[in-house]
Design a protein around this ligand. Sequence first.
Ligand SMILES: [Ca+2]
Ligand SMILES: [Ca+2]
Ligand SMILES: [Ca+2]
Ligand SMILES: [Ca+2]
Length: 564
Amino acid sequence: MNPCFSFAKKSVFLLLSTALVGCIATAPSPSSSSSSNNHHTIYGTDNNYASQAIYFLLTDRFVDGDPSNNHINQGGEFASFDRPLLGEDGQQANVGYLGGDFQGVLNNGQYIKDMGFTSVWLTPIYDNPDQAFNGGEEIKFGEMFKDGGKTGYHGYWGVNFFKVDEHLVSEELNFQKFTGLLESEFQLDFVLDIVGNHGSPSYTLKSEQAKFGQLYDQNDNLVADHQNLHPEKLSDEPLHQFFNKKPDIAQLSDLNENNPAVLQYFTDAYLKWLAQGADAIRIDTIKHMPHHFWKKLTDNLREVHPELFIFAESYSYDADFIAEHTQPQNGGVSVLDFPGRKAITAVFENPESDYQDILSYLHLTDGTYQNPYELMTFYDNHDMARMNTSDQGFIDANNWLFTARGIPVIYYGSEINFMTGKAEHQGNRNYLGQANIEKAKTHVIHQALTNIANIRKNSVALQKGKQINLTFNGDSASFYRVYQNKGTHQTALVLLNKSNQAQLIKVDEYVNQGQWVDAFNQDIYPVAANQQSLAVQVPAHGVKVLLLNQPLSNDKLLARLIEK
Ligand SMILES: [Ca+2]
Ligand SMILES: [Ca+2]
Ligand SMILES: [Ca+2]
Ligand SMILES: [Ca+2]
């Protein structure tokens, strides 16, 4: 999927000191240089993964496509199905299973594809315990950092990483068949969510609970067991060897990054799913394990899948900190752009905001990231509050996310402004369901998202082009994305308006002659050789993307593109 080898070979003059030879996910810095045919080679990234747009969903909370796998009587005294957390005024969250499964995703493959997405990222697929956790501190509506009373409906409490949880599969739909149908019916790639840091809640259990604190291998043999002991009470006995003897996250077992058997366990497990149709990887809680563990694990996976694209969750708003993961010596993985999330929500949650304030996270030329064009951009997810804004705010945010640098990731439900502003235990993970999806198909956010995501899906400049910012001021923004590489030449001029009125947005500098084409309606904007400016009417809460499919000739613009 990602032609790293040919990239490295053909563009070796760009790479110089950086070792791309391991086929890392993040290519070195954006490129600009002259090529032999007199046209300038210019792009942000040449990594094919940048053409992706990802729809992220909590499988259990998306759509119940097969009630026969709901196991509604599972768990006995600590029942696993439907465990509501009740808030004021009828508000609800839920920490039990609610029935979503592979079949529910597959039933909506066309829906996801039609919106303009090319991949789905599902929460972890591995077998989790079959009861609610009876230890820890009991979670209540709106609270955080407590696991008591919760189940593994989210998938992040693995006990057998070689086995799919029984709530997800159907009799006729195992993982391999599921990914195969996503690909053949809807051309959707699958992002496998992986965990290396922890297993399930492992101590403070009030009574014995099957699977909690245990890990099983591909033959269903027990390989590790926390035995309900505080980490500091663990001994040197064989079943304790997988664990660190210190707490990390809540009461979760903390896996030993220095034990080669742990590394081998996860290598074998994730290679299994990659062989069954997973196309890319998202790493959970990467910052809770040292770089050396991830370097080894990602090397092991890429030894078999040299072009594998990997991105990680390093939950921090410090760009210098999360950028460490993108360096080749640390595994060379992309990261979810948390600083970007902060800047994006600050702008789109506040109608009075200034577009200027969004620029802080881009790091287009300062070398902070191995390659900023390969970061995963988003405005919310399952671990934080939903973006707290109006329908127009979501539309404006999507117009930005699908035109600016980075690979967009949208959390399920954002297309209908689902559970706006709510945090994890306030409803941000609530069940969406087929009825909401049917309503979504005519929702204003869904319509605008579908427009801009499909524009991006068909524009190499928006996917990979080098970004040159023009004017960011008040409610409007304008910038170029330029891709000139291997015989393909496309520049996108992006004009954004987040106000309630249509605006005439003017570009006074760097105007390139040629027939610019409106990507939405194919209207032509001719620009003459001596023309100095271009003005375009942009609707309220709208975006215009004008495409020029020829090499740039404006010397001033070229000089700016090549300077860095
Ligand atoms: Ca189900
Ligand atoms: Ca289970
Ligand atoms: Ca696949
Ligand atoms: Ca850890």
